[in-house]
Design a protein around this ligand. Structure first.
Ligand SMILES: Cc1ncc(COP(=O)(O)O)c(C=O)c1O
Length: 375
């Protein structure tokens, strides 16, 4: 089946007890055991498995052409669990990109994970940095985020996966911004593709789920499943149901996100009050060729730097009327965000940078709004 068909059919079937076409929401936390002690439908207790979560995990496995998927209560719960699932016989050393989702940097600075693991952050757009870091000391895990948040840096997934594999390290790609429509890391040699389902897969800014899809069976996958069952940071049946509803239109939504974003990148690039635009679809973006090779299109996120400093950038964000000043991404509404002030004193985002999540509105309305805000 092609992607669009799998997005609608994988993981679902007609409900046998009612013939309902749309899957019911199974709120029951517990499932009856047969007189002989067996569990006729395999479900025992909702933390361990639930029909809606099971269907979502099956669907995401199929969309990434993976072996299995483990879903969590948020993207961050999936990220934390993945790092902690590193098998005990692997070195507790993790190489991460210097530009990545701020929440992961907070996880390292605010919790024990930062001290329990030796973390080195490098600019992965230069493969020499990855080689150097991996040769410095035995490494257990290499973490990739591409395109990165918020600077849209592009990492060569296949090349980094090869370096990591030769060193015996597991690899993860945070594939949230690209989605499985545009980028399939498992086919490029990566062990796990991670999603904040909260974003594009859910697609409507109304749920929180995280998911890790594994390329194959491994001790790390077994640990991850055990973390899901025992720590219990699982998504609710209703949110899994919402995600399964949202994912059905993922391919069609991404096509519009991408075409709108490409047009807005071009518009901003030629605007006299804009200093720089970060979007891998622009031919002069340093990662354009790599992105063209490993992505089917360039995504719905971009960031740009306003001429001047923080005040000028904040003034643009203050003047927009259609864009909503809010964090997050991947929904139908276009969002604008001044990253540095959201991230706080340890931010690495330039003070004049604004991040846009381009939604599904008419692109001319979005351009007109940015145009009046940039005047
Ligand atoms: C790239 C990326 N990964 C992970 C996350 C975390 O997802 P969640 O907010 O569902 O925990 C985010 C959130 O913005 C993100 O942008």
């Amino acid at each position: 089946m092609r992607f669009e068909t799998k997005a609608i059919h994988s993981g679902r079937s007609i409900d046998k007890s009612t013939s309902s076409v749309t899957m019911p929401i199974h709120l029951s936390t517990t499932f009856e055991r047969a007189a002989d002690g067996s569990y006729p439908n395999e479900f025992v207790y909702s933390r361990e498995s639930n029909p809606n979560r099971h269907a979502l995990e099956d669907c995401l496995t199929s969309l990434e052409d993976g072996h299995d998927c483990v879903a969590f209560a948020s993207g961050m719960a999936a990220i934390t669990s993945l790092i902690e699932a590193l098998p005990a016989d692997k070195p507790r050393r993790v190489i991460m990109p210097s530009d990545m989702y701020y929440g992961v940097r907070s996880l390292l600075s605010d919790t024990d994970i930062g001290s329990n693991f030796d973390i080195e952050m490098v600019d992965m757009t230069d493969l020499n940095n990855v080689e150097k870091a991996i040769n410095k000391a035995p490494t257990g895990l290499v973490w990739i985020e591409t395109p990165s948040n918020p600077l849209l840096k592009v990492t060569d997934i296949e090349a980094v996966a090869k370096i990591a594999q030769e060193a015996g390290a597991y690899t993860v790609v945070d594939n949230t911004w690209a989605t499985p429509v545009l980028q399939r890391p498992l086919s490029l040699g990566v062990d796990f593709s991670l999603h904040a389902v909260t974003k594009y897969i859910g697609g409507h800014s109304d749920l929180m789920i995280g998911a890790a899809i594994a390329k194959s069976d491994s001790p790390m996958l077994a640990n991850l499943r055990a973390w899901q069952h025992s720590k219990g940071a699982v998504p609710s049946p209703f949110e899994c149901w919402l995600a399964l509803r949202g994912v059905q239109s993922l391919a069609q939504r991404m096509a519009t996100h991408c075409s709108n974003t490409s047009a807005i990148a071009d518009f901003l690039k030629h605007h006299p009050n804009v200093e720089a635009v970060h979007y891998p679809g622009l031919v002069d973006h340093p990662g354009h060729q790599t992105a063209e090779r490993q992505m089917d299109s360039f995504g719905g996120m971009l960031s740009f730097q306003v001429k001047g400093g923080q005040d000028e950038a904040m003034a643009v964000a203050a003047k927009v009327q259609l864009f909503i000043r809010a964090t997050s991404l991947g929904g139908t509404h276009s969002l604008i965000e001044h990253r540095a002030s959201v991230e706080g004193s340890t931010t690495m985002a330039p003070p004049n940078l604004l991040r846009l999540s381009i939604g599904l509105e008419h692109v001319d309305d979005l351009k007109e709004d940015l145009s009046q805000a940039l005047e």
